[in-house]
Design a protein around this ligand. Structure first.
Ligand code: ATP
Ligand code: MG
Length: 352
């Protein structure tokens, strides 16, 4: 199925990822139609059409489905049953969404596909929380199965007997407990998969987090990460194939002394791939549009010896004038209005 330029691409979700997807789509001659519940979604600023509706509003989804030639999503916390009505127009399909939006289903899937994850257990009761602490040891992180992002909905248990308190701290939602990993570094594999199964992978960024939020991605990654890249790429490629994924897929990894461990999957473009806008022949955003529209994949070749992408989180964005005054800094602002603590407001990329 080839969706030619001039067609309309539906983007479900109105955040910065949707905004950057719409920009890339426009460069290839497509129009975008954003569906989001928010009053003023950042993606709508750069899209031809916007429907403001709840993601579970079946009437609105039906009209949206009729209005677009292909549809994609920019985040995964969406009602899969409602999106299923988009049928074959939805790329990636519902399977990628269903698996990535539930941490327990996701971990089962990764293990069945041959990937390694942190030792984990389901937690649905106080007894489960105590049993997880006994089985997995400390430290332990409790994560809500659904709706997490940027480390939200997570709590650590570090002292004996504190797993129940950690589960309480995340609201006693259905959860997973994960053994804390003493990783050496974090990195991500970002790949694109076409409908015919062709895949393209970018170079591997080192990802630096603070308080559960990505702060910086940088390339080249250190040798200890590079040494694990081939194994991680094989895992990510197998996961994408098992999902029948079409589009960009991101797999976050912990680099451990005994090899790569999968942290989680994002069935979409990813913050750790923003460096590709200036740093690669084809950005993750253009590549996603190419994949879902049935165009050939572009080259993922890195075009600078070193690339650094820094997020502008919360008040960081107030320094935009200084960044804009640096002729070597590529400033991206998401048009989100007032900064809030922990909110991703923009990013800046530097080639070296
Ligand atoms: P995002 O969607 O922004 O990637 P998230 O809310 O899905 O975030 P995770 O990726 O699960 O969160 O965790 C955020 C960060 O917390 C990780 O990148 C890592 O730094 C740390 N972390 C998560 N799980 C573990 C673990 N089992 N052991 C050690 N550190 C962890
Ligand atoms: Mg993560």
């Amino acid at each position: 199925m080839r969706i030619p330029p001039g067609s309309t691409i539906g983007i479900i979700g109105g955040g910065q990822l949707g905004r950057m997807l719409a920009g890339a789509a426009a460069e290839l001659g497509y129009k975008c139609h954003v569906l989001a519940p928010d009053a003023d979604p950042p993606a709508a600023d750069v899209a031809a059409h916007c429907t403001r509706a709840d993601y579970a509003d079946c009437d609105a989804l039906g009209r949206f489905a009729d209005a677009v030639d292909v549809a994609t999503y920019e985040f995964e916390n969406l009602p899969a049953d409602a999106l299923a009505r988009l049928g074959a127009k939805l790329r990636p399909g519902v399977a990628s969404l269903e698996i990535a939006q539930d941490r327990a289903v996701e971990k089962d899937f990764i293990e069945r596909t041959g990937g390694r994850v942190a030792r984990w257990a389901r937690v649905d009761s106080d007894d489960d929380a105590r049993a997880a602490e006994a089985a997995l040891g400390l430290p332990l992180v409790l994560k809500g199965r659904r709706l997490g992002y940027d480390g939200k909905g997570q709590a650590w248990a570090r002292e004996a007997g504190s797993a129940v308190a950690a589960w309480n701290a995340i609201g006693r939602e259905p959860a997973v407990a994960e053994a804390g990993i003493a990783f050496e570094a974090e990195f991500s594999i970002i790949l694109a998969r076409a409908a015919d199964g062709a895949t393209a992978v970018w170079d591997v960024p080192l990802n630096l987090h603070a308080e559960g939020i990505l702060r910086r991605s940088q390339l080249p990654a250190p040798a200890l990460v590079e040494a694990q890249a081939d194994e991680a790429i094989a895992t990510a490629t197998a996961l994408a194939a098992a999902l029948g994924h079409v589009g960009v897929l991101t797999v976050e990894f912990f680099a451990c002394a005994d090899g790569p461990i999968v942290n989680e999957i994002a069935p979409r473009v990813h913050n750790s791939g923003h460096w590709t806008i200036e740093g690669a022949v084809t950005s993750q955003f253009e590549q996603h549009i190419r994949a879902i529209c049935g165009l050939p994949l572009g080259s993922t070749r890195r075009i600078a010896p070193a690339v650094t992408m820094d997020n502008l989180i919360g008040d960081d964005v107030l320094g935009w004038e200084k960044i804009a005054a640096d002729p070597e800094a590529k400033l991206h602002l998401y048009g989100k209005g007032a900064p809030r603590p922990g909110r991703k407001m923009g990013h800046v990329t530097r080639l070296g």
